[in-house]
Design a protein around this ligand. Sequence first.
Ligand code: ADP
Length: 262
Amino acid sequence: IEIVGAPIFNERGILKGAVLLLYDITHLKKLELMRKDFVANVSHELKTPITSITGFAETLLNGAKDDDESLDRFLKIIYDESFRLQGLIEDLLTLSRLEADEFQLTRSHVDMNQLTEEILPVIEQRAKQGGITLTTNVKNDTTLKADGERVKQILINLLTNAISYTGQNGTVNLTVAYEGEMVHIQVADDGIGISQQAVTRIFERFYRVDKARSRNTGGTGLGLAIVKHIVEVHDGNISVESEPDNGSTFHVYLPKNDPASS
Ligand code: ADP
């Protein structure tokens, strides 16, 4: 609590009383701590790939480049780490744009069938690489008033996670349908699942159940934080059902109509 006080005098200059203002700054302090935490996390996440890139570049310059096998192997690491860095920076930019006060949704008429068709080639490619069967079931004429690019991001992030955290011969399923006044987007996988205690934390920035696994699949730990943010600015909600070894199902509900215009 922060206290600000001031004396009150009458017209003859005699002390009459005082005014005390008590400010509850718990919330502000919490925000400040979160910000500090975030900067520390970002710095750490950026440092890891950069250390790797400079280390392997230095080794190559110090002579390893003359050995063909080392040259290939180290260049591949440098390439992968740069790629990861790029992904991290893109995710950070997305998050900060979403958080900026001036962030405005550009809601328009979004056709979920068309939107799914647009992202499918990239997702199908990833599923194929991971040996995963991908099925989609988007009910005809499911449309909503939303920011199309952001909704696309929801689908991409949830589907890439489902693919990343499901092993060979697994299945990933996307279904989209109306449910009352909402559009229900469901992404289900039969992959590694999430434990009860981790489920409550996966939407936090940088939280990862298994850091090594997430890193190997190119994860940044920001994907679900971004999804949750987008869902919330659309006045929707997100939840997950999951059991270790039994797969996960993410449910996103977005309002059909723009709540601000009704
Ligand atoms: P990441 O870039 O690590 O995938 P996310 O924010 O997208 O970051 O997800 C946070 C964590 O939640 C992941 O590291 C993973 O441990 C867990 N997770 C997300 N989606 C799934 C899923 N479909 N199955 C199992 N675990 C998941």
